[in-house]
Design a protein around this ligand. Structure first.
Ligand code: BES
Ligand code: MN
Ligand code: MN
Length: 462
């Protein structure tokens, strides 16, 4: 491979400015008020793919937000890499906790990023990481070293469950046929410790509603005499974990794969400092399932978390009231063998069964998806490992992540190909949180590493 560093050096200011322009558009898929902006972002991605040297670039309409497709087929006998990413972003709130407005990107230096980091919603998840692939494509075409075929598929509904993409994939096997799927939408251990994500957790997301009396009541006149939906809901939620922080839903752990002692010992070799972890989050202790380490708790073990809870009076001052209803949103992170639809049913059955007399309970499933594990002896993994070794000077560590990209297991089922997760973000990049950012160094390192993946993937397929 030649001239990669040189090309990046010559064009890095433009690479940054183009990303900054993309980050200015608030493509929030969850909020319909931003529909125009989401659609505009799709248009921008389309023209950026054209400029990068893709052909057949099109905006594929769906029931929801469009999917941007583009490809470059240089020789049908060569392997094909399918790049997936998403152009939608999470809502920015709570907005008052941002140091600068979420859609007015700024580059600021931080302790971890002395070269600067771009602060904006979507900087890392996933506009910044997706755009690395667009720029790597440009680099390979401009320097005449694209070694194989490429297809791009960039969606706008990842943050809300990828419903339209699932249909699109099912209906377009031929168009999307490939030898490997390449995604940068995860992280790595540290700037000096490259890693490749080998697992993602599944997800079941539900909303629960507890209804008591038919109206809000005076908490003096009725308090103590009727079931208070908020008291009941919090008690029910508390009972979902036992004293060892095991989840109490019957059958929940039935299909959980227990890792062997050897596998757990291998995992424990990944560098990790509990002190730094606590310091970064300003907590005096970690918390979780007995018998497992922090890294195990957030990757190979399933979890249940309340994501939001509301009801009653939350305004200024005090109002003495027993609310008629209480609500919560609950997510369960699942490990590969757990079926998300089955878990959703187990949750529903259990949650309804623990409701006391005097209230009614409603459980509404939202979305979900299967977990994923990928082997480390595939050609794709080996190509990625060699790519990182060239650009980081270190062999990357395989690591299972706690996050979810539910569509990845569907890719494997429908398109019969493995996904390689080459993430360049850091846990401290604050994705989904206020002050999300992406290191300039990480962005450029991604653009540098991706062409090596194409090179080795093509070589190893010969
Ligand atoms: N890119 C993330 C997932 C991720 C981040 C995986 C870091 C591994 C490391 C993705 O955009 C995301 O946020 N996924 C959601 C699930 C989705 C169905 C809303 C998640 O994990 O909460
Ligand atoms: Mn993402
Ligand atoms: Mn996300």
């Amino acid at each position: 491979m030649k001239d990669i560093k040189k090309y990046i050096d010559q064009h890095k200011d433009r690479f940054l400015n183009e990303l900054i322009e993309l980050l200015k558009i608030p493509s929030i898929s969850a909020d319909s008020a931003y529909k125009k902006d989401v659609l505009k972002t799709a248009d921008e991605i389309k023209s950026s793919l054209e400029k990068a040297g893709c052909e057949n670039v099109e905006i594929c309409q769906t029931k929801g937000y469009p999917i941007v497709y583009g490809d470059k087929i240089i020789d049908k006998n060569l392997p094909t890499v399918l790049v997936y990413g998403h152009y939608d972003v999470q809502p920015p709130d709570p907005i008052n906790l941002w140091d600068s407005p979420p859609f007015e990107p700024v580059i600021k230096k931080t302790e971890l990023h002395p070269e600067g980091a771009i602060f904006a919603r979507g900087a890392c998840d996933d506009k910044g990481q997706m755009y690395m692939h667009v720029k790597a494509m440009e680099l390979m075409t401009q320097t005449n070293q694209l070694p194989c075929n490429v297809k791009f598929m960039i969606e706008g509904e990842e943050e809300v469950g990828s419903a339209s993409l699932a249909d699109f994939v099912k209906e377009n096997h031929e168009k999307l046929s490939n030898d490997v799927i390449l995604i940068s939408d995860t992280g790595m251990i540290a700037k000096d410790t490259p890693s490749i994500t080998t697992g993602l957790r599944g997800l079941s997301y539900v909303e629960v509603e507890v209804t008591g009396p038919n109206r809000d009541l005076h908490s003096g006149l009725y308090g103590g005499a009727v079931a208070n939906p908020i008291n009941v809901l919090t008690k029910m939620i508390a009972s979902l974990h036992d004293e060892n922080n095991h989840i109490t839903i019957p059958g929940f752990y039935d299909n959980v794969e227990e890792l062997s002692t050897e596998e757990r010992a291998e995992m424990a070799k990944a560098p990790f400092s509990l002190d730094n972890y606590k310091k970064a989050l300003d907590i005096d202790a970690v918390y979780g399932e007995a018998g497992y380490s922090t890294n195990e708790r957030n990757s190979i073990r399933p979890t249940l978390d309340v994501n939001g809870i509301w009801g009653g009076y939350t305004g200024e001052g005090a109002k003495t009231v027993i609310a008629s209803q209480a609500f919560a949103k609950i997510s369960m992170r699942l490990v590969p063998n757990q079926d998300w639809e089955e878990i959703t049913q187990l949750f529903k059955k259990h949650f309804e069964s623990i409701a006391p007399k005097g209230v009614t309970v409603k459980v509404t499933p939202h979305h979900g998806g299967q977990g994923y594990v990928t082997p480390i002896d595939s050609i794709g993994y080996k190509a990625a490992s060699k790519a990182y070794t060239d650009t980081f000077g270190k062999t990357p560590i395989p690591q299972r992540s706690g996050g979810s990209i539910p569509i990845v297991s569907l890719f494997e089922k429908e398109l019969k190909s493995k996904t390689i997760l080459m993430g360049f973000g850091l846990d401290s990049d604050a994705i989904h949180s206020p002050n999300e950012h992406f290191g300039v160094w990480n962005y450029l390192k991604g653009i540098e590493t991706i062409p090596y993946f194409y090179h080795y993937f093509t070589e190893l397929n010969k």
